[in-house]
Design a binder for this molecule. Structure first.
Ligand code: G4P
Length: 524
């Protein structure tokens, strides 16, 4: 039987932000609290530099580092915390979306001066779709930025979130004095440049004149603002947060390690323990006896001579055990793993047993693809790992006819890893690669050459979007297929997609064939 306590004490989450808002810095500070790292700067190297848009070697190097930092597990106050890293670079957004299927909650970091940025909007949209509980950390309060009320307004409008502040800033930039923690009812004073956390001062009653001793004239402003906060925002209810209805907001400065411990303390108190997941058969609860899990990420090994990979499996229920046979549901065969890896404190180590909420890394020689389900024998498939319609497209052409097998295998495996999506023209048989970012085209070319000894080149294609389509209306479907013959392709699973070359042609198709449903994510 899975020990319920083991489940209850786990928290698996991701930190998401627009690049530069402070995700890496915050992650690093959280790891410091867990004793997972000793020095600041240890996580930094994981970041794909914004400047490296076409610097291949650099990305390869960083890819290696990010295996270690893909999952950062640590213990803090008897809580097992798993932070799942998400790439900041927008060209890897799809990677991030998939990682979000493996977490139970997220912390969104927002730069106080920049407010809500485009990447934040996209990521939060995905979380909202999944009703993932969200906490917001407004960062860089040591710098001048937007007024707190204005910023909360912007968050509500642009992110479509209902918020309730659980801490409140006192001043900002050069006049930043600290925060009042509404949840714990205490005052935290900020001393610039000091990385240690001062004592928190309890203030149940803000009318207490002692507040003036600490804050001077700012005490009055704080009282007024908190009164307004109380009037404007709903009071915090844990259930509303857990159901994704309301997002608590914290203010602080990750760089100065200010407000981070409070965030972490409230987080472990209120964030959800590992949740179950929906499958095509039934809902799977984490405390079920039998093990089940799904692959949400595949990472190629750095050594090109060994084409093995690590599949990251989120344990949904039961206990995953070493050297035990499990059913690979898609392949209908049993597999066992002699060296499953756990991720603790950025170190990898072989583990005997892995609990719900945890991530286990499995060595893979090409059996897995993203979304695969493993169980103790029950035939079920976890839902919720969609592919999105890519945004950029190119024809992929074999540049070395002697090595077409290698090319096909390489493309196949890279697609399984989720690097990009492959579509094959039904009529032309031409292969089209679709990605969310331009960087992936270079990644593919580079990796095909270095890992598969195959060469490809690209040719342009005018393509706006791919849309999966289905219909009950056979007549319309047949007519559509006949008329759009040249614009229909098959995805890797053999499902039909419409290759719309412009927004107009998509709109026309939708209007002309009202009984055909067009979808822009692969799960419908
Ligand atoms: P990211 O992962 O979200 O992309 O952001 P990251 O943590 O790398 O932070 C982006 C920049 O913002 C970094 O500066 C970082 O030091 C700074 N930063 C993070 N938190 C705070 C904060 O609370 N206050 C202030 N003032 N700055 C903060 P950089 O110059 O790009 O990098 P570095 O040279 O400092 O490493």
């Amino acid at each position: 039987m899975v020990n319920k306590k083991e489940i209850a004490r786990r928290r698996t989450f991701a930190i998401v932000s627009h690049p530069d808002a402070g995700k890496t810095t915050l992650t690093e500070k959280l790891l410091l609290y867990g004793g997972a790292i000793q020095i600041a700067g240890a996580v930094k190297s994981n970041k794909i530099q914004k400047t490296a848009t076409s610097d291949w070697m650099e990305i390869e190097r960083q890819r290696g580092i990010s295996v270690a930092t893909s999952v950062m597990g640590f213990e803090y106050r008897d809580t097992k915390i798993n932070i799942l890293d998400t790439p900041g670079h927008q060209d890897f957004a799809e990677d991030t979306f998939r990682t979000l299927t493996a977490v139970d909650s997220v912390i969104v970091v927002i730069d106080v001066a920049k407010g809500v940025e485009p990447q934040t909007e996209k990521l939060v949209k995905v979380c909202r779709m999944r009703k993932t509980p969200i906490m917001v950390f407004i960062n860089k309060l040591d710098r001048p930025g937007k007024d707190a009320f204005e910023l909360l307004d912007e968050i509500e409008k642009k992110l479509n979130l209902k918020v309730t502040p659980l801490s409140w800033p006192i001043g900002m930039g050069s006049t930043f004095k600290g925060v009042y923690n509404i949840y714990y009812k205490n005052l935290q004073l900020f001393s610039p440049g000091r990385q240690t956390i001062g004592e928190s001062i309890r203030f149940d009653d803000l009318d207490n004149p002692e507040l003036e001793d600490y804050l001077g004239d700012d005490a009055g402003i704080l009282r007024e603002e908190l009164e307004l906060v109380q009037g404007v925002y709903p009071s915090f209810q844990k259930e509303d947060y857990l159901s994704g209805e309301i997002s608590p907001v914290f203010f602080g400065s990750a760089l100065n390690n200010f407000g981070v411990k409070e965030l972490l303390d409230v987080f472990i108190e209120i964030a959800p323990a590992p949740l179950g997941r929906e499958s095509d058969k039934r809902f799977i609860e984490p405390d079920e006896e039998a093990f089940s899990g799904f692959v949400f990420k595949i990472h190629a090994n750095m050594d090109p001579k060994h084409r093995d990979r690590i599949a990251f499996v989120r344990v949904v229920s039961g206990i995953f055990r070493r050297n035990t046979n499990y059913l690979h549901v898609r392949q209908k065969r049993m597999l066992k793993f002699s060296s499953p890896t756990a991720f603790m404190a950025q170190k990898k180590s072989v583990v005997e047993a892995v609990y719900p909420g945890d991530i286990v890394g499995l060595h893979d020689t090409g059996n897995f693809k993203i979304g695969d389900t493993l169980t103790e024998g029950e035939v079920l498939l976890f839902k919720g790992i969609p592919s999105f319609s890519p945004e950029l497209f190119r024809y992929v052409v074999n540049a070395d006819p002697m090595r077409s097998k290698q090319l096909a295998k390489g493309i196949d495996q890279l697609m399984d890893e989720g690097v990009a999506q492959l579509f094959t023209g039904k009529q032309s048989n031409r292969k089209i690669i679709g990605t969310v970012g331009a960087l992936q085209f270079e990644v593919i070319q580079y990796r095909l050459e270095h890992e598969y000894n195959a060469k490809c080149r690209y040719e342009p294609i005018t393509l706006y979007k791919t849309a999966w389509f289905i219909s009950e209306n056979k007549e319309q479907l047949e007519d559509f297929r006949a008329r759009k013959r040249g614009q229909i392709a098959l995805d890797k699973e053999g499902r039909e997609v419409f290759l719309a070359d412009s927004p107009f042609s998509l709109q026309m198709a939708q209007e002309k064939y009202p009984d055909i449903q067009f979808y822009f994510t692969s799960e419908f």
